[in-house]
Design a protein around this ligand. Sequence first.
Ligand code: BGC
Ligand code: NOJ
Length: 814
Amino acid sequence: MQYGYFDDQNREYVITRPDTPLPWINYLGCQAYFGIISNTAGGYSFYRDARLRRVTRYRYNNVPFDLGGRYIYLRDDGSGEFWSPSWQPTRHELEDYSCRHGMGYSVIGSKYKGIEGRTRYFVPLDENLEIWQLSVTNHRPTPAALSVFSSIEFCLWDAQDDATNFQRNFSIGQVEIEEGVIYHKTEYRERRDHFAYFACSDALAGFDTQREAFVGPYRGWDRPVAVERGESSNSVAYGWAPIGSHHVELALQPGETRQIVFVLGYHENPVEEKFDPPGSQIVSKKTVKPVIAKYLDPANADAAFAALRAYWDSLLGVCQVETPDLHTDRMVNIWNAYQCMATFNMSRSASFYESGIGRGLGFRDSNQDLLGFVQMVPSRARERILDLAATQLPSGGAYHQYQPLTKRGNNDVGSNFNDDPHWLIVGVAAYLKETGDWSILDEPVPYDNEPGSEQPLYEHLQRSFHYTLERLGPHGLPLIGRADWNDCLNLNCFSDTPGQSFQTTTNKEGKVAESVFIAALFVLAGKELAAIARQRGLEDEAKQYLAEAVKMDEVVHAYGWDGEWFVRAYDDFGRKVGSRECEEGKIFIETQGFCVLAGIGLEDGLAKRALESVVEHLATPHGIVLQQPAYSRYYLELGEISSYPPGYKENAGIFCHNNPWVMIAETLVGNGDRAHDYYARINPSAREAISDLHRCEPYVYSQMIAGRDAPTHGEAKNSWLTGTAAWNYYAITQWILGIRPAYDGLEIAPVIPKSWPGFKTTRKFRGVTYRITVDRAGDGNAVALTVDGAPIPGHTVPPPADGRTEVSVEVTLS
Ligand code: BGC
Ligand code: NOJ
């Protein structure tokens, strides 16, 4: 069953009924000011950091699930009836409800008793504000006297504190109202030099800034007293809960449409010019007024919207494909790339499942996110790499996360994840291959943000690699530390105390438990680093890295092979995890995918055998589960993984993030049918028809789909912020379609299904547009290339020598 449809022409998903199984959200903003918006206009906004600079308030896990947001109320002043065109919060029976989620904007609206209201919400490029363009049309045969009320609830900036420290916060809220603009200035009088504002293009009949005055005692957003009576009370908030609400009266003739623009924004003043007049306590509005005036003008709002559309045309234009599979095209050309922007911006911080206060930007996560983002805005990828590297510790290890506002690392969600440092190598390699910008390696970057500790980025990569060499366990495999990619394999935790965090508790010395996954990652990183060293002319160093990678490959062969698949780890007792010897959790996906991806076992058949075991033990119609059999009880020595009920999350859920590792592995053994079959199983668009089972958005990946041990097998959770986005984009574009940036050109090595006659793609790469046509002439994956009419050897298209910026490539697969 579906709740809407894809409008590929407009790059929109159109939701046609408001009661989706879960809120289906979109992101507004893609640079510094961000908003989350659901299909019923729920959600909130923040500047840079969802924890430290929250602009509007949102209560997570509410009842109903999604309540609070950017609500507009329409009121028929003739009858006194009122409703919200976005359905929530009044939940009237609406006609023509739709929510169009597009690239950086959402349009939500409906008709009710002949009155249509639709609002386009978006964040203009390069501005710290959002625009709501509301159009109201009178479809009645008679004139309509209407009232429009807007509403948002301000957050007192620090979202964590805002949600907990009421004894203080109920006394500090402050606002100003000037010329119809509501300014939220809590704490501006002391140490903040930023404020928020909410403006309206029309003359106001009234306003409210105190929540209680607007909603009324013992009422909620569904029945605000001000809307019911058709009159605001011009309340000025002191303490309690500052909100912003405008009241506009509209008289519409039959057939008439009027547009009202609302602008909600964030603004900073220079410290010495905070107040106007100086010495007063009044916010200086000198620099913000022109911005507000500009965007309240509908023509300027339209122009900003057109610029946003054009921006997305150019971002998505970097890679466009035309394959025999609609779902592949839709995800690659539109939604998967779009989701990669969201994961790049948010990491795992703010979605409807990440509260914005739990996790900042993860070191491991953000590095992996680059795989799907770097081709879109390389300059921002560069900046991110340098920010991440600056949080690296002198040991080569890393803070597991940092706050985007301060860019400082912290240990709030644990430390000593021994896989972390290697992801920096993977991220930098992806950046170098895409851009050819070798200068990044010479950038001085501090350790732990300590001034004076700067070393070239390249040295950071060296330390990342050595970090593991200095932390090997009894079998010569890398020690796991707190955990590796699988945050829930906590082999040194041994927690038996209720409520203790698995991510920060350690009860063992950590000198025994080893990770075969990190071994594989080390092999991959070693090969990447060797290639980088070679490009820099450091041949001896390159050889050393390769030698270490080969050595680790041998250790994996000796101690990481279980007979039919790769072992997952060794626990603190030196016993295997993910082995036929285990009672449960005999086989894990991570090492099957990643060992092959690192090239381990490709030559001696182990890779193929491991992938057969994935088919036999882990693959389901809804995707590949993380491990089998699921843990049916808590294992003290394994940690959080066994804390989840069977079939969910890391305990045998379909953790979509590492499904693409197996897809890539399948391409490496030449099996395009299987690679694409796995791709299709978790492709959200391909799952649209089962939206009532899948429940999350059909246009983006979710972190998890419940595994076969779960009573809700096939149900997705935790949509949007997941490494699944980048890895799937990388798997389909670079390994299945096989169009791969490489140091010496654009590598072309498709491993597509046998039944595909071919495909077409346009790829912009280092300033050149490659128009590529792939034709199948036989069943295999051998590639013959013709570049601008001339056959060339090998499977890499070199950069055009004569400065051409358009190249056409014919590929024959046989
Ligand atoms: C989740 C993991 C996540 C970790 C982050 C755990 O509860 O299961 O998926 O990576 O928290 O701290
Ligand atoms: C989600 C986390 O963000 C990621 O870092 C981790 O690798 C996976 N969960 C698996 O535990």
